[in-house]
Design a protein around this ligand. Structure first.
Ligand SMILES: *[C@@H]1O[C@H](CO)[C@@H](O)[C@H](O)[C@H]1NC(C)=O
Ligand SMILES: *[C@@H]1O[C@H](CO)[C@@H](O)[C@H](O)[C@H]1NC(C)=O
Ligand SMILES: *[C@@H]1O[C@H](CO)[C@@H](O)[C@H](O)[C@H]1NC(C)=O
Ligand SMILES: *[C@@H]1O[C@H](CO)[C@@H](O)[C@H](O)[C@H]1NC(C)=O
Ligand SMILES: *[C@@H]1O[C@H](CO)[C@@H](O)[C@H](O)[C@H]1NC(C)=O
Ligand SMILES: *[C@@H]1O[C@H](CO)[C@@H](O)[C@H](O)[C@H]1NC(C)=O
Ligand SMILES: *[C@@H]1O[C@H](CO)[C@@H](O)[C@H](O)[C@H]1NC(C)=O
Length: 268
């Protein structure tokens, strides 16, 4: 049995291991007495709140992959959905929208309560919520995107988006996706447009809503290099300043600790 874990904490940073035994063994310092842990002096780039979501992939002998969603909070790990892999965290609200094999769920990170959302029963592999409304976008297992309205009771296919692997919205509620060729697109009124100015063959790609300090555009990562991608289909590399670099390194250290606790509590 091989286990692959992906961290989904806003998708700005990610720890990946194809093999659960390949994490480096060292002592992690969690004390964090540096300035970057002081919220008054943080850039706001890596604030995700106390709950971190993980999707655990278990590769079975028959080549099937089981995917389940876990939440980590205050050192404790809890399995939330047995057959899910889509997570949208609404931080700073204490709410996450989760996609499961049988539809959409809402998880309250304060009360730790899980509820079914609406009455759709699609196998949801990607999910994002608009900032200015309660409407959602979901990506289903057949790589089709739907807009979900009326509290999860109605869905409309987004015809412009084809062969979709991952979806995200920006703060202005523009829809972006990563297509089958690993390239990001933006959905405009006159169809989907490929984002320009990016590497020809992006790898390890992630797409998400950007940190709140970035007002326009979405966040795209290719092989650990972040970019801001815009609704006019242009892009620019995002360069961390010194403080953000420190925060990023701290975030990675924190995640490694969380990751170890996660493994400790799930692989028994
Ligand atoms: C604090 O910051 C210094 C320099 O920026 C770094 O060398 C050190 O490892 C940090 N310590 C902790 C606990 O993060
Ligand atoms: C962190 O702070 C404590 C005291 O508050 C100090 O003893 C320790 O050396 C500091 N660690 C680092 C890495 O700065
Ligand atoms: C999110 O939407 C609210 C209105 O509901 C708006 O005031 C706010 O500016 C939006 N956030 C961002 C970062 O654009
Ligand atoms: C979901 O509920 C709405 C409103 O009650 C209804 O119109 C719709 O047919 C239902 N959809 C499914 C898939 O049950
Ligand atoms: C696209 O939008 C970005 C961000 O608003 C802007 O900086 C850039 O100049 C625009 N590019 C074009 C070609 O309009
Ligand atoms: C904030 O962090 C930066 C970079 O670590 C540091 O140079 C600065 O002194 C800090 N400011 C305060 C008020 O702590
Ligand atoms: C793993 O769990 C054991 C007991 O449940 C505990 O003693 C140990 O410190 C944990 N290790 C980590 C890295 O959390």
């Amino acid at each position: 049995m091989r286990v692959l874990l992906i961290c989904l904490a806003g998708l700005l940073v990610c720890l990946k291991t194809a093999d659960s035994h390949s994490l480096p063994q060292k002592d992690y310092d969690t004390s964090g007495n540096n300035s970057s842990s002081d919220p008054d002096n943080s850039s706001g780039l890596f604030d995700f709140g106390p709950t971190t979501f993980f999707v655990r992939h278990v590769f079975r002998d028959d080549n099937k992959v089981d995917k389940s969603i876990y939440a980590h909070k205050n050192g404790k790990v809890k399995k939330i959905l047995e057959d899910g892999m889509a997570v949208f965290v609404e931080f700073p609200k204490p709410r996450a929208y989760l996609g499961n094999k049988d539809g959409i769920y809402v998880y309250d990170t304060e009360t730790e309560k899980l509820e079914k959302y609406g009455n759709l029963s699609d196998n949801v592999i990607g999910i994002a919520k608009e900032n200015r409304s309660d409407d959602l976008y979901i990506l289903t297992e057949d790589h089709v995107v739907y807009k979900v309205t009326e509290e999860g009771t109605k869905k409309v296919k987004i015809n412009e988006a084809e062969h979709v692997e991952k979806i995200a919205l920006d703060w202005d509620d523009n829809l972006y996706y990563i297509g089958a060729n690993n390239q990001p697109y933006v959905v405009a009124s006159d169809g989907a447009k490929k984002i320009e100015g990016l590497p020809a063959n992006p790898t390890l790609t992630l797409i998400s809503r950007p940190p709140i300090k970035i007002k326009h555009g979405a966040w795209f990562m290719s092989d650990k290099q972040p970019y801001i991608i815009y609704p006019n289909a242009s892009s620019e590399p995002y360069v961390f300043n010194d403080q953000e670099k420190l925060e990023y390194e701290k975030r990675i250290r924190d995640l490694e600790v969380i990751f170890l606790q996660f493994r400790n509590q799930t692989e028994k």
